[in-house]
Design a binder for this molecule. Structure first.
Ligand code: ADP
Ligand code: MG
Length: 153
């Protein structure tokens, strides 16, 4: 399915709605150019997982992994600065991915061979300075009810 966001706030709203529909063990892969809005969407998703306000992620571009306690345990990986896949194998990425945590991964293509087959892929692309296309690919239909109208956008 596909959603159009017209602002950073809309992207956060969309992320929050996605987060509300996640369940334990979900792996959410975010793809898109630098500045497309992956971190912004991830912030919304984390909010939708009911992570306490003071535990929201900021810009984790310099940190490989951040962990959160929300409705269920969650972690957020940003692989932008990943030089070698060993770096994430060393932090035990397989256990995160195959456990009960919700795992959100920016630049997921950088660990393609470690990604589970059953996952949620989200592609974000810039249409213009404030407009983003958000395409959600999910093996089940849970996101189908999401529409801009339902989100109050
Ligand atoms: N509709 C939108 N959705 C998300 N970000 C937007 C949007 N319009 C403009 N922006 C801007 O684009 C940038 C997205 O940054 P960020 O989320 O860090 O991207 P990424 O993590 O993909 O590199 C921010 O500066 C944000 O203000
Ligand atoms: Mg980012």
């Amino acid at each position: 399915m596909e959603l159009i966001s017209s602002s950073q706030e809309d992207t956060k709203k969309i992320g929050r709605a996605i987060g509300k529909l996640l369940t334990a063990g979900d792996v959410v892969c975010l793809y898109g150019d630098l500045g497309s809005g992956k971190t912004c969407l991830a912030q919304g998703i984390i909010k939708g997982l009911d992570v306490a306000e003071d535990k929201y992620l900021r810009s984790p571009t310099f940190t490989l992994i951040n962990q959160y306690k929300g409705r269920m345990p969650a972690c957020h990986l940003d692989l932008y600065r990943l030089d070698n896949i060993n770096e994430i194998e060393d932090i035990g990425i397989e256990e995160h991915i195959h456990g009960d945590e919700v795992v959100i991964i920016e630049w997921a293509e950088r660990m393609e061979r470690l990604l589970p087959e059953k996952r949620i892929d989200i592609h974000i692309s810039s249409i213009n300075i404030n407009t983003r296309k958000i395409v959600i690919l999910c093996p089940d239909n849970r996101f189908e009810p999401l529409s801009l109208k339902n989100l109050g956008i």
